[in-house]
Every structure is written in structure tokens, then in C-alpha cells.
Write a protein that binds this ligand. Structure first.
Ligand SMILES: Cc1cc2nc3c(=O)[nH]c(=O)nc-3n(C[C@H](O)[C@H](O)[C@H](O)COP(=O)(O)OP(=O)(O)OC[C@H]3O[C@@H](n4cnc5c(N)ncnc54)[C@H](O)[C@@H]3O)c2cc1C
Length: 345
């Protein structure tokens, strides 16, 4: 590992202090917003993009529910604007991937795939999440062209149309019910003959005239024509019989996976693997904050991720001011550390 240890004075763009004030991990909406706010607070933040530059929203062609864009905006354009705004105020953006964080000493350490090792006083983790994919032919090709993982985001595009929902848990049923506000017919395709969703949601779905269930069935292919979805190929899990359903849209809700590989055994997570934070975006380790879908399993929107990124950076600023005055709080609360805390060089 190479340690980045540049003086930061006059060494040009890319020169970094020996110990960073704050490193933001992730280049989705939460990360860029955290970078923007940290930069405007004069914290000279470093943002490490990860392999999915721009995060999940860059996968979508049209965002219509992010305020300030009444005509809508493409996902890639939105994140590009976020990046430019963060950079304009001094966020340094590194195209790299974090392999390891060390949070049982202070300053924390961040090690990357490019062989860099950074020391930092505060960390803002915005590694987001990813939908669980069906991994069938046509899925990638038609994402944003009829295949969706977000009813709140895309339901509006299916007014008066026919859609299928894949899944049988709370998300599938809840989103299926939501889609009946727009679509004429919503067919929920589930691999078993009963739902995993809560009884209350099941009752609502069973009493909704627009919802039909296709039991014991899996989707084996997404079929498109002229650049948009026209149907799904299916297989019955009991009889093996194959078929095809014509539809305009496929909403896939078979799970949501937080990108938490870095945090196992280091930071507190809930049963689904999201980082646990308080209202101030603080994890269980003082100085480590989290924002966006890595900690939020409820709202999962650009607007909410941006808000959480903003809050995390404001709290990081407060933490750094207190650190300056009182030193690292871990000294007073050794329970959060497995190893003795080291003093900054
Ligand atoms: C297809 C699709 C369409 C959507 N459409 C809409 C919409 O229209 N409106 C809306 O409000 N929401 C929409 N969403 C949801 C929205 O995209 C997310 O809520 C939002 O992107 C979450 O932002 P985030 O910053 O928390 O994380 P993400 O966007 O998930 O970004 C995570 C970032 O972390 C980085 N990262 C992960 N691991 C590491 C690592 N080890 N080191 C460094 N970096 C790392 C990744 O590279 C990525 O840049 C959509 C989602 C999808 C999948």
C-alpha cells in the first residue's frame, strides 16, 4: 500500500493533507451532496467514487420526481450536475474503490483498490445499495425501457397500461398496490403459492380489483420490441410449463442489497445489512457517518438520499469542531474500540 502523504501546500491539484478532514465514500446522490456541503464548510473533502460512478440513479433515463427539474432530467445528467457542483466548491474526486476502512483507531484509515491509504478524521459512508436482479435475458437491456425497480419513480409512466410485478414480499405487494394508481392491470408474479408479505398488505392486495396473482411462476426472460418491453416469458415452478404474458412494464422487487461489504464486524448494521444511524446520521463509531441507501431502507429516493448526505456533512463539520476542542470522544468511551486509540501524528 502507498501512503498518500503530501503537504497540500503548493503541490497542485491532487495534493492532499497528511490527515484528511473528511472522506466521503460513494458517488451517488448522497455522496455528492455530502461532498458539496463538506466543501462549502471549508473541509476540503476527498470523495472516492467507487466502481458505479453516479450510483443507481445514473441507470435511469428519466427522473421526474427530483425537485427543480419540472421537465424531468436524465439520471446521468443529474449526477453530472451534482458532481460539478461538489467540485466547484472544492471536493476532490478520486476514481477509486475503497477496499477497507479501519475505524478502531483514530484517525481512521481508508485503503483503496489503487493502493492508496488515507488517514481521515471523519468518514461519510454513502455506498448505497443495489436492487437484487432477476438475472434473466432482456433485464439489463430493457432497464429504463419498461423494466423498473422503483414504482415511486416510474409508476407514472404506466398510466392506463398493463404491468407485472415480480416478487411476493412486502415491497412487491406494497409497490403493486401503489402501481394500481396508474396501471389498468397489475399482475403479481410469485414463485410460490402464497405471499411472504404481511397479512394486512395481502388483504389490501386481494381486495384490489386491479390486482391479479400469477402463482408458482418465475420470469425466465423479458421480451422487448422496438426498444421497449412487450412481455415476459414464464415457467411454472410446479408443472414446468412455459408461457408468455404480454405486458408494458416489469417491476422487479425481489430484494434490495445494501453495499455493506466494507462494514462487517466494524459498524453496527440492522438485520437487513443497513448501517444503523441515529437522527444525526451517526453510526456507532464517533466520527463515522452514513447517508443514503446504505442506512435508509424506507424511502430510497434521490431526494431523501440528498437530504441525508447534507445532514451527514453538517454533522461531520460539527464533529470536527468538537474534535478540535475536546479531542476524540473514543478516548472517553473505549467501548466502541477493540484496540487502543492512537493519537493523530
Ligand atoms: C433503475 C433505477 C431508477 C431509479 N429512479 C429513480 C427516480 O426516478 N427517482 C428517485 O428519486 N430515485 C430513483 N431511484 C433510486 C435512487 O437512484 C437511489 O435512491 C439513490 O441513487 C441512492 O443514492 P445513494 O447515494 O444512497 O446510493 P447509490 O446511488 O446506490 O450510490 C452508491 C455509490 O457508492 C459507491 N460505492 C459502493 N461501494 C463502494 C466502495 N467500496 N468504495 C467506493 N464507493 C463505493 C458506488 O460506486 C456508488 O457511486 C432509482 C433507482 C434505480 C435502480
Amino acid at each position: 500500500m502507498t501512503t498518500v502523504q503530501m503537504s497540500g501546500n503548493g503541490a497542485g491539484k491532487g495534493a492532499r493533507p497528511e490527515v484528511e478532514n473528511v472522506i466521503v465514500v460513494g458517488s451517488g446522490p448522497a455522496g455528492f451532496t455530502a461532498g458539496l456541503y463538506a466543501a462549502r464548510a471549508n473541509l476540503n473533502p476527498l470523495l472516492i467514487t467507487g466502481n458505479d460512478y453516479g450510483g443507481q440513479v445514473s441507470l435511469t433515463y428519466e427522473v421526474e420526481n427530483y425537485p427543480g427539474f419540472p421537465e424531468g432530467v436524465s439520471g446521468p445528467e443529474l449526477v453530472e450536475k451534482m458532481k460539478q457542483q461538489a467540485e466547484k466548491f472544492g471536493t476532490q474526486i478520486e476514481f477509486d474503490y475503497v477496499n477497507e476502512i479501519v475505524v478502531d483507531r483514530h484517525p481512521f484509515l481508508v485503503r483503496t483498490a489503487n493502493g492508496q491509504e488515507y488517514a481521515t478524521k471523519a468518514l461519510i459512508l454513502c455506498t448505497g445499495a443495489r436492487p437484487r436482479y432477476l438475472e434473466v435475458p432482456g433485464e439489463k437491456e430493457y432497464t429504463g425501457k419498461g423494466v423498473s425497480y422503483c414504482a415511486t419513480c416510474d409508476g407514472f409512466f404506466f398510466r392506463g397500461k398493463d404491468v407485472v410485478v415480480v416478487g411476493g414480499g412486502d415491497s412487491a405487494v406494497e409497490e403493486g398496490i401503489f402501481l394500481t394508481k396508474f396501471a389498468n392491470r397489475v399482475r403479481i408474479i410469485h414463485r410460490r403459492d402464497e405471499l411472504r408479505a404481511s397479512k394486512i398488505l395481502q388483504n389490501r392486495a386481494f381486495h384490489n380489483e386491479k390486482i391479479e396473482f400469477v402463482w408458482n411462476t418465475v420470469v425466465t426472460e423479458i421480451v422487448g420490441k422496438d426498444g421497449k418491453v412487450v412481455g415476459v416469458k414464464t415457467r411454472n415452478t410446479v408443472t414446468g410449463e412455459e408461457g408468455q404474458l404480454d405486458t408494458d412494464g416489469v417491476f422487479i422487487f425481489i430484494g434490495h442489497l445494501p453495499n455493506n461489504e466494507l462494514f462487517h464486524g466494524k459498524l453496527e448494521m440492522d438485520e437487513d445489512g443497513h448501517l444503523v444511524t441515529d437522527h444525526f446520521m451517526r453510526t456507532n463509531v464517533p466520527g463515522v457517518f452514513a447517508a443514503g441507501e446504505i442506512m435508509d431502507k424506507v424511502y430510497k429516493q434521490v431526494a431523501t438520499s440528498v437530504g441525508q448526505g447534507c445532514a451527514a456533512a453538517m454533522q461531520a463539520e460539527k464533529f470536527l469542531a468538537e474534535l478540535e476542542e475536546n479531542g476524540y470522544p473514543g478516548f472517553k468511551d473505549p467501548r466502541v474500540f477493540r484496540q487502543p486509540v492512537q493519537t493523530p501524528a
